[in-house]
Design a protein around this ligand. Structure first.
Ligand code: UT7
Length: 329
C-alpha cells in the first residue's frame, strides 16, 4: 500500500515593524487611557508599519527568517500562500508581490482571506496540498497591517490593532507528521459585526465613502467577544479530539491575541492552566492573521518550546471564522 505523505514543519519566522505606538501615545489621539486599554484588553503597545512598508514587506522579512531557520532557499518552495485581509492591493495578490520580493520562479501563489483565523485556515490548505502529493514545499504566511485600515478617531477600535507577519515553511515527509489535526468553522450570519464597509464591489470607493471613513474597520466589540469565547473553546476541543492527544499532552496553548480577557476565559473553559498559555498581546496588539504564527515563532525562538513539543493554536475573526490546529514542532 502507498505510504501516507506526512507534513513536516521545517521552520518559522516573524517580523514586526520598528515603530512602537504605546497606550500613552494613543491618549494623545483619542479619549482613552493606558489604564482602560490595559485593563480591558491587556494591550500596552503595538507596532505600526510605515507608509512605504506594505503587508508584502512584512511578509518578506518574516519569510526570510523562516527560510533561514528551515535552512532551505526560497526557490525550493513550490507554492506560496499568504493569509491576509490587508493586501497590498486588491490585485495582484500579496502572495505574488511576496514571490517577486523573494525572487521565486513561477510557482502558484495566492492569498487566503479568513480574517484573524487566516493562518489556521492556511495550515489546513497547505496540509491538504502536501498530503495530496501535488506540492512538496509550501511557504505559508500570515501577515496583516490593520493599522492601515483603522479609524484613528474611533477609540472603540483604534486601540486594539497592530501590524506584523509570521511565516512557516512546510514540507512533505515520509518520517514526520507534524500537523496532527485542523478544525475550521465559519458563520456568515455574523458578517455584519466585524467588517470593512467600503472599497469592495458592495460599496465601491467614492469621495463620500472616504469622508465617512468607510474604508476602516467597524466592530461591535461586545457582540464579537460574546461569540468568540464559545467558538474558540469549541474549535480547540474539536482539534484536540481529532489529534488523538489529551490536554495534558499540550505543552503550549497559543490563542489568537485579540483580548486578554478572551484568552483567560477560553483557557478557563478548556481547563488549561494559564502558565501553559502563550501571551504576547501586551506588546503586539491584535495582528489578525499573524497572531498565532508570530506567537509560535516567539515561543520557539525564546526556548519556551523544544523540538517534539505539542502545541495547540486557536483563532477567531471576522466572518465569523474560527479554527484550531494541534501541531508538533
Ligand atoms: O480579532 C477579531 C476578534 N476581535 C475580538 O475578539 C474583539 C472582541 N471584543 C473586545 O475585545 C472588547 O469588546 C473590546 C475591547 C473591543 C471592548 O471592551 P468592552 O469591555 O466590551 O467595552 P465596551 O465596548 O462595552 O465599552 C465599555 C465602555 C463604553 O463606555 P460607556 O458606554 O459604558 O460609557 C465605551 O465607550 O468603555 C468605553 N470605551 C473606552 N473607554 C476608553 C470603549 N473604548 C474605549 C477606550 N478608552 N479605548
Amino acid at each position: 500500500m502507498k505510504k501516507k505523505i506526512g507534513v513536516k514543519i521545517l521552520g518559522t519566522g516573524s517580523y514586526f515593524p520598528e515603530k512602537v505606538l504605546t497606550n500613552l501615545d494613543l491618549e494623545k489621539i483619542v479619549d482613552t487611557s493606558d489604564e482602560w486599554i490595559s485593563a480591558r484588553t491587556g494591550i500596552k503597545e503595538r507596532r505600526v508599519s510605515e507608509k512605504n512598508e506594505p503587508t508584502s514587506e512584512l511578509a518578506f522579512r518574516a519569510s526570510v527568517e523562516a527560510f533561514k531557520f528551515a535552512n532551505i532557499l526560497p526557490k525550493q518552495v513550490d507554492m506560496i500562500i499568504v493569509a491576509t485581509i490587508t493586501p497590498d492591493m486588491f490585485f495582484p495578490s500579496t502572495a505574488c508581490f511576496l514571490q517577486r520580493k523573494l525572487n521565486i520562479p513561477s510557482v502558484p501563489a495566492f492569498d487566503l482571506s479568513a480574517s484573524c483565523s487566516g493562518f489556521i485556515y492556511g495550515i489546513s490548505v497547505a496540509k491538504a496540498f502536501i498530503e495530496s502529493g501535488l506540492y512538496k514545499k509550501i511557504l505559508l504566511v500570515g501577515a496583516d497591517e490593520l493599522t492601515k485600515i483603522t479609524d484613528w478617531t474611533d477609540r472603540n477600535t483604534c486601540v486594539l490593532f497592530g501590524d506584523g507577519a509570521g511565516a512557516m515553511v512546510l514540507s512533505a515527509s515520509h518520517e514526520n507528521d507534524d500537523i496532527l489535526s485542523v478544525f475550521l468553522g465559519a458563520d456568515g450570519s455574523y458578517s455584519n459585526l466585524l467588517f470593512l464597509p467600503a472599497g469592495g464591489t458592495f460599496n465601491p470607493a467614492t469621495v463620500d465613502t472616504v469622508n465617512e471613513r468607510l474604508h476602516t474597520v467597524k466592530m461591535y466589540g461586545k457582540e464579537v467577544f460574546r461569540v468568540a469565547v464559545p467558538k474558540m473553546v469549541f474549535a480547540a476541543e474539536k482539534a484536540l479530539e481529532f489529534s488523538g492527544k489529551k490536554l495534558e499532552d499540550v505543552k503550549l496553548f497559543i490563542p489568537h491575541q485579540a483580548n486578554m480577557r478572551i484568552i483567560m476565559a477560553v483557557a478557563k473553559k478548556i481547563g488549561i492552566s494559564i502558565d501553559k498559555v502563550f501571551v504576547n498581546i501586551h506588546k503586539t496588539g491584535n495582528v489578525s492573521s499573524a497572531t498565532t504564527i508570530t506567537a509560535l515563532d516567539e515561543a520557539i525562538k525564546s526556548g519556551r518550546l523544544k523540538s517534539g513539543d505539542i502545541v495547540e493554536l486557536v483563532a477567531f475573526g471576522g466572518g465569523f471564522t474560527w479554527g484550531a490546529s494541534v501541531i508538533r514542532i
